[in-house]
Design a protein around this ligand. Structure first.
Ligand SMILES: Nc1ncnc2c1ncn2[C@@H]1O[C@H](COP(=O)(O)OP(=O)(O)OP(=O)(O)O)[C@@H](O)[C@H]1O
Length: 580
């Protein structure tokens, strides 16, 4: 719960105003039974009508006071709780933005969304309730007990016997509720996760006729959430009847003792009524406590889940004394004995990988699926850190660069072209926010997508649907390449990004990339693409099998020849070998 206090600090003044007005309401509530007792004992018993009117008017006056106190309290409680939630959401967002890829492995996206929405709402509700009624309940119990003692200590003793017992019971139930609601939130993550996968994969689900299967998967997750929530709420719901039962017994005992004391002048009738009234107020304070405790237990669980996010260490922080952020790189990339393991795997994905690409050169990376090609790419912009070995850019270890400066100068086109809802222009300019229209068109032309864009109804202003649904695979790929080129990268990384292009378009595209004079790393399965590169790396199981130009590999690498033959046939291979 420390996290709540940390974020509430900035709203100390408003929270104090809310609490003061809550105390005003409470004060009035505590005085009312005393005034009623006075009206009975001195007004009704003596048939003193002016006295009854006078104290009746006092009661009305202070009730009005309490009414306005309640309104002001609500106003400030709403302001504090909403602002508090706003700040937490912003901070969570900032923290998640700073997450490394490794951090994302620990927190599934659906869980992060639940934490940023539902968990924050739980805390927000608790803060509101806290300022409105949560403090009021224990204070009302304490105040009522004290007032009861001032009225008649003998009768009030009964209350002191019951209250500590009930308080202990509530503390126990709150602890239990915390773990139950923690589990509810995890199940909610589960529902969100299935829902998210279903929404993103809706086309595939329809194409594969998996609606029933996915429907069942969702129902299962939903049912577990329902069962878990019902169980948690059932446990919490036992609180109210339990409290009411004990408080009602308490009232019966007060009435019985009152009937013994009144005839012997040990108590006045008004006093008995006042004590019963205080007991009723204590009951009414205990009663919403079950609800408050459920909310508080839920908030405790949510605060814990939020703390997990805030306390997640980012091992990729910039090192002290990193090179100045504006330093321009030339683009010379060198891997020196690099080893890499994912945080959740215990086997090396890359092993003893060493190679160099000189600034402005193009290198192609070929290898079977799962051989570690995409992983290798993720190490260059420091999306992951190496397990061992070094990566140098322009002769300096990449850890000595500020990540922002490094990533600004790298253009990355992922395997799956990811576009956003917005215009074509906005999607390309996503790579460089202040890109001029000329720069955008230049990048689109180099990526061989300009002609296609010009045929769209609104050309560069044409709106793309979610993830670019209204474009073909090859068009999406070329748009992603334009997005990477617009930032004028010093290092360009294409992860199988031309796979959907025909050979002719691909050849023109690769040629036009040369205008950008950047170091280019291309992951590809196609020999035609690899042959354009200055050098080719052949990867197998995360190790570098061999490296060389197209011609030298044709001459020296059995595997390369096999790949060539599988793509062009035996005849072409013989022809190519003869011309080497
Ligand atoms: N985030 C991850 N966490 C754990 N293991 C991963 C992760 N990403 C990839 N791997 C594993 O690392 C290995 C290499 O994956 P990688 O994506 O780098 O291969 P690849 O050569 O690019 O394959 P492809 O050609 O199919 O894209 C695979 O065995 C894969 O299961």
């Amino acid at each position: 719960m420390r996290i709540m206090f940390k974020f509430l600090k900035s709203y100390r003044a408003s929270a104090s105003v809310a609490l003061v007005f809550m105390l005003v309401e409470l004060f009035v509530e505590l005085w009312q039974p005393l005034i009623i007792a006075k009206i009975i004992d001195e007004g009704i018993m003596n048939s003193d009508i002016p006295f009854i009117f006078k104290w009746g008017a006092v009661m009305l006056g202070i009730s009005l006071f309490a009414f306005f106190g309640g309104i002001i309290n609500s106003f400030f409680a709403a302001h504090v709780s909403q602002s508090f939630a706003f700040d937490i959401r912003n901070s969570l967002y900032e923290k998640i933005q700073s997450f490394t890829y490794a951090n994302f492995t620990r927190f599934p996206t659906s869980s992060l969304i639940t934490r940023m929405t539902n968990d924050v709402t739980q805390l927000q509700n608790t803060v509101f309730m806290g300022l409105r009624i949560m403090m009021r309940a224990p204070l009302l119990i304490l105040g009522s007990t004290i007032m009861a003692f001032t009225v008649n200590a003998k009768l009030a003793l009964i209350l002191t016997a019951v209250i500590p017992f009930l308080t202990l019971f509530l503390a126990w139930i709150m602890k239990k509720g915390g773990s139950l609601f923690q589990s509810v939130q995890v199940k909610l993550d589960g529902v969100n996760s299935v829902m998210r996968e279903n929404l993103t994969g809706i086309r595939l689900i329809k194409a594969f006729l998996r609606r029933n299967y996915e429907g069942k998967r969702f129902s299962r997750a939903n049912l577990t959430l329902k069962d878990e929530t019902v169980y948690a709420l059932r446990v919490m719901e036992t609180v109210n009847p339990f409290l009411l039962f004990f408080m009602n017994i308490c009232v019966l005992v007060i009435l019985w003792l009152g009937s013994e004391l009144v005839p012997t002048n040990g108590a006045e009738i008004g006093e008995v009524v006042a004590i019963v009234n205080y007991a009723a107020r204590i009951t009414s304070a205990f009663s919403p406590l079950s609800f408050i405790i459920a909310a508080f237990s839920r908030a405790r669980a949510s605060a814990g889940r939020m703390a997990e996010v805030f306390e997640t260490a980012n091992e990729m922080e910039d090192a002290e004394g990193s090179i100045h952020s504006n330093r321009e790189i030339c683009g010379d990339v060198e891997f020196m004995g690099v080893y890499f393991e994912y945080p959740d795997t215990d086997r090396p994905i890359l092993q003893d990988l060493s190679f160099r690409v000189k600034a402005g050169e193009t290198i192609a990376i070929l290898g079977a699926t799962g051989s570690g090609k995409s992983t290798l790419f993720q190490l260059i912009p420091r999306l992951y850190g190496t397990t061992d070995g070094n990566i140098l850019i322009d002769g300096h270890d990449i850890r000595s660069y500020k990540q922002e400066s490094l990533r600004k100068q790298i253009g990355f086109v992922p395997q799956e072209a990811l576009l956003f809802t917005g215009t074509v222009k906005e999607n390309i300019a996503w790579g460089k926010q202040d890109a001029s229209l000329e720069e955008i068109i230049k990048a689109a032309k180099a990526a061989q997508i300009h002609q296609t864009i010009m045929k769209l109804p609104k050309q560069y202003e044409a709106v793309l649907g979610q993830k670019g649904v209204n474009l073909s695979g090859g068009q999406k790929q070329r748009l992603s390449i334009a997005r990477a080129l617009v930032r004028n990268p010093k290092i360009l990384m294409l992860d199988d990004s031309t796979s959907a292009l025909d050979l002719k378009t691909e050849a023109i595209l690769l040629k036009s990339l040369k205008e950008y004079k950047c170091t280019t790393l291309v992951i590809t399965q196609k020999i035609s693409t690899a042959a354009e590169a200055d050098s080719i790396l052949l990867l197998e199981d995360g190790r570098l099998l061999t490296e060389g130009s197209h011609d030298s590999l044709l001459k020296n690498s059995q595997l390369y020849r096999q790949i060539f033959e599988s793509q062009f046939g035996e005849e072409e291979l013989e022809h190519a070998q003869r011309s080497v």
